[in-house]
Ligand binder design. Structure first.
Ligand code: ATP
Length: 355
């Protein structure tokens, strides 16, 4: 197994008028589990199809280790793929479906049996191995498709395009953790496409966030949550996403309206900034706490496990996630404290400092 390297890879479907994928340089390291996360239409499937060879990129080159594969079709790339919907031989048994990718490549019978049993056990398919695939419900069929993608050892990568869409929500949690277990066992390079942040964060060693055809940030799940470098990542990851409050650097302080909310970072020129802080980290203090910004409580969602306190600082909404049973009431005036190590400043959507 080898790294997959993209060098200036980009794709346009309309002869260069618009770019579904803007030229990018990026390496998928061998044996890591990646989530490729982004909203609908941001270019995830295009990128996946370029790696698998279904699309030849308009520009750039692709390398699997030392081997350039830019013009090589899918069949010559040793890639396994799992799609959104089941792709199975319906008349074959579950066992034969799982064995197919191995038999097709002339694996010895004993190894075929060993791999099929191992994967089927991990995915909870061992009781249905003799059953015809068409007799399974669509969710189970998709689990068999997942097994087919994972059964081959030594593939260059396993590409999974929203593989759990048709699976029952309750089962998704179990399957994601099974996928991780299989990954620990096989050491495949996995690239898992999703627009669902929970799927990405629970599954991946490293998340690649794509927006508008470009990679905006990559990193382990906790890093993206705790330390977004781009406003988009702040909004897109987290539930609810990061609060963004317009503010200003005046002298050596950061202001929201007339309130000082913290010290300005050294060297950042005066002028407008956007202050980003996650609902989890804003603290509600008494009305005169300093530094802090006065806010009015506009509503409370009591979610059971926690409360979401909706406030307004001037015209700007700020949500605070508190323990369940918050004493706040609508119309109360409070002071919001933005902790220095968890509050970031953005200009032109890019992080330029912290409080
Ligand atoms: P989704 O999650 O909705 O599948 P995505 O992130 O996978 O979206 P892509 O399917 O890669 O995004 O699409 C990226 C952009 O390219 C979109 O604007 C889409 O409309 C456009 N596009 C995708 N396939 C084609 C095609 N065959 N011809 C023309 N435009 C296309």
């Amino acid at each position: 197994m080898a790294d997959i390297r993209l060098e200036g890879v980009g794709h346009s479907y309309d002869g260069g008028r618009t770019w579904a994928l803007k030229p990018m340089t990026w390496t998928w390291q061998s044996s890591r589990a990646y989530a490729l996360l982004g909203p609908s239409g941001c270019g995830k499937t295009t990128l996946l199809n370029i790696i698998s060879g279904l699309i030849t990129p308009t520009t750039g080159r692709i390398w699997f280790g030392d081997r350039e594969v830019t013009g090589v079709p899918t069949a010559g790339r040793n890639i396994a793929q799992v799609f959104q919907f089941p792709v199975l031989y319906e008349e074959m048994s579950v066992y034969d479906n799982l064995a197919f990718p191995l038999r097709n490549r002339k694996f010895p019978k004993k190894e075929v049996d060993q791999r099929v049993r191992q994967v089927s056990q991990l995915l909870g398919l061992d009781q249905v191995l003799r059953r015809r695939s068409r007799r399974l419900d669509p969710g189970r069929q998709q689990i068999v498709s997942l097994g087919r993608g994972l059964v081959r050892p030594q593939v260059a990568a396993v590409l999974l395009d929203e593989p759990l869409t048709v699976v029952d929500p309750a089962l998704k949690w179990t399957l994601r953790s099974k996928l991780k277990e299989i990954h620990r066992d096989t050491g495949h390079t996995l690239i898992y496409v999703t627009h669902d942040q929970t799927e990405a964060l629970t599954f991946a060693d490293e998340v690649v966030v794509l927006n508008d055809g470009a990679i905006v940030q990559t990193g382990p799940p906790a890093e993206l949550f705790l330390s977004p470098t781009h406003e988009f990542v702040g909004h897109f990851i987290g539930s609810p996403g990061m609060n963004m409050v317009p503010g200003e650097i005046v002298g050596d302080v950061v202001r929201v309206g007339t309130a000082d909310v913290g010290a300005a970072p050294d060297g950042l020129p005066a002028g407008p900034v956007r202050i980003g802080v996650r609902p989890e980290f804003v603290r509600i203090a008494g009305p005169d706490a300093s530094p802090g910004a006065a806010a009015t409580v506009t509503g409370i969602d009591r979610m059971g496990a926690y409360d979401l306190v909706h406030t307004r600082v001037g015209e700007h909404p700020v949500i605070v996630k508190t323990e369940a049973g918050s004493a706040c009431e609508p119309d109360a005036v409070v002071c919001l404290h933005f902790p220095a190590d968890r509050t970031f400043l953005f200009r032109d959507e890019v992080r330029c400092g912290s409080l």
